[in-house]
Design a protein. Sequence first.
Length: 776
Amino acid sequence: MKWEEAISDISLGSGRTRLRLIAGGRVQGVGFRPTVYRYAVENGLAGSVINSSEGVVIEVEGSGYDIDDFGRALAGKPPPLAVIESLKVSEIEVTGESGFSIDQSRSGARSTVLFPVDTAVCGDCLAEMRDPGNRRYHYPFINCTNCGPRFTIIENLPYDRPLTTMKEFEMDRYCSGQYSDPMDRRFHAEPISCPGCGPVLKLMDERGKEIDGDPVAETVRMLQEGAVAAIKGLGGYHLSCLAVDADAVEKLRARKKRPVKPFALMFRDMEIIRRYCLVSPEEEELLCSSRAPIVLLRKAGKRLPGNIAPGNSYIGAFLPYTPLHHLLLEETGVLVMTSANFTDEPLISTETELEKVMGKIADIALTNNRKIAHKCDDSVFFVPKGRPIPIRRARGYVPEPVRGNQSCPVPLLALGGQEKGTFALSREDRVFISSHMGDLGDIRSQENFRYELDSFRHLLEIEPEAVACDMHPDYFTTRLAGELGVEPVIRVQHHHAHAVSVMAEYGLEEPALAVIFDGTGYGANGKLWGGEFLLAGYRSFRRLAHIKNLPLPGGEMAVVQPWRMALVHLRNLFGDAVLDVRSVSGIFPDRRKAEVILNMAARGINAIPTSSIGRLFDAVSFLLCGIEEISFEAEAAIALEALALEAGRPSGNGYPVVGFSSGSIDPAPLIEYIIDSLRSGVDRAELAFSFHMSIADMVAKTITELSGVHQCRKAVFSGGVFQNRLLCELLFEMMESTGIDYYFHRHLPPNDAGVSFGQQQVAAARIASGEAGIQI
Ligand code: ZN
Ligand code: FE
């Protein structure tokens, strides 16, 4: 925001003047008021600064020249975490007052404006932590107005120390001196503490007995001896071991019953990351940002033990974001840092929950007595061709609201999907999205979901007057929508919600063409969808084309066992006698088992038709990588992408073109090409690459055709399949040459964690137009 533009109607001279400034944007809970105070005092101005529901309201009085200097300083050098989006300036009556004051927040100011995010420790605090002469030397809880815990310690609003989990620690004179000094970096830093008054670390053995000695030094020593440690962070515990110790990694895998799903790694600094991974400038910017998410980086250079991310081309990397992490990493360089939980259960964040993992998964626990008010996982991004796309939006981003495109006259609640639980609560165009709460099939995850929902409603003072949910009858969230007693309940088709989530992120006008590729979602016709081309508006949509419907034999079992879908795709190509085709018979050694599946498919018994493209990726992954059974979601697709990346891009048009006719896209030619090529000995990696090219090509051609028919020049992409970086990069390239505007997510994940936002926007549009009841 430019100061010159803000005061373009006002002339500032040497005479005494009084201005009122209203700053909007990210200006609260980021040390904005003390900075205003400092600049005002430095320029000898009188006046005041106060938080209000409109933003920060500043009044300054003094000579016009001094006010000008003040404004330039504030606009040019705001506090590091602040973003001034708007600055309204008006001239008011001179009062002749003297002195500058920071006033208490105006009562009635909606607390929603002060619900800040957790932030990585800042450079100033780190420098102090490393200074042996500083009172907070090696203090693992050092923080200031520019950094530290926020959301994860907030029990109630407004954001003020007695309403945080820091209330249990009474400030000593040193801290309270800094806390109340407007010229200090820690003025009103709510989590302020020092070794004299703050939380303390405790290292425990597997039976909960305290281990003597310096907790950090002892933890480091035991990690170096191969121990698995539970380490308390901002939003929960991590499980950690030395990344270079393959035996320790294996021990952690066995104990966590997690055979292959990749582990995230925390690296001491960028230099060490570069030894193991390729890093683009955009990836580096994200890694080093104050939000400090995990970023999926391409493996390169020095090798880490193969069991960190087996069969995967990427490593989930992040940098230390708490002072404690820095202390631990200084000695260890690279640590496995994976969320502490049992499969599908919520992240562990209390001492009681910690007991469940002690002895079973972790040998030691490095914990502390600062309570965690909200569980919050690490955020995850991937960055195809320099464009960051979130996979998990949590720590550092939640509870910052996302701006919706469809404003609604009443507050709304949208409950999201099932496997990546999030909800969205809205007031006007601000949409507050919860952190990612995992698979809601688990009862403990459901409890956590209810807890966070109650908590957000209370903290944000939002009483929803309508609730949106999926159309799937068996989702936990669909049932919850009925139990809340809020009317109307607006049911939104899953893929429509996906489409609208991207449209709203970019504020697009309707309609847009939408490519929604995911595992499975409940279709408007009771079938399972997941390979969809839609014409989407905010209120409703039309399904224009989809991947051919094929049976899903055994339902969930067909998702877990990719060989079943491979068989279904081969049957689609060769017919019922598929097992007698010579090039096929060798692929399924157990003929009896295969016949059972074929029978189910032929008779449609426990074999709902699905248009899911995720299942096509599974089938091809079985054919090329031989993955028979998966142990985590998308494992087959990830292996297929990794195989393709081994080959690199084949020269020329070495991929089959899959046609599109009358709404149904039949992948049979693609399967035929793969079977023929395998028989003639074509390299599997090259085939995996060709498969990705074919899919991207099919999408670009289909969108081009639909664009002509429906006179629509923009396309949006969503669904979990678009977490495939290779596919995204190929699509960027091919969409570029179509001349059609295309949009991928940037603020919300393409997977089902983004569905709550889409539902909220659909509901907002329907309510605003008085059509809350429409069904498609
Ligand atoms: Zn700091
Ligand atoms: Fe989905």
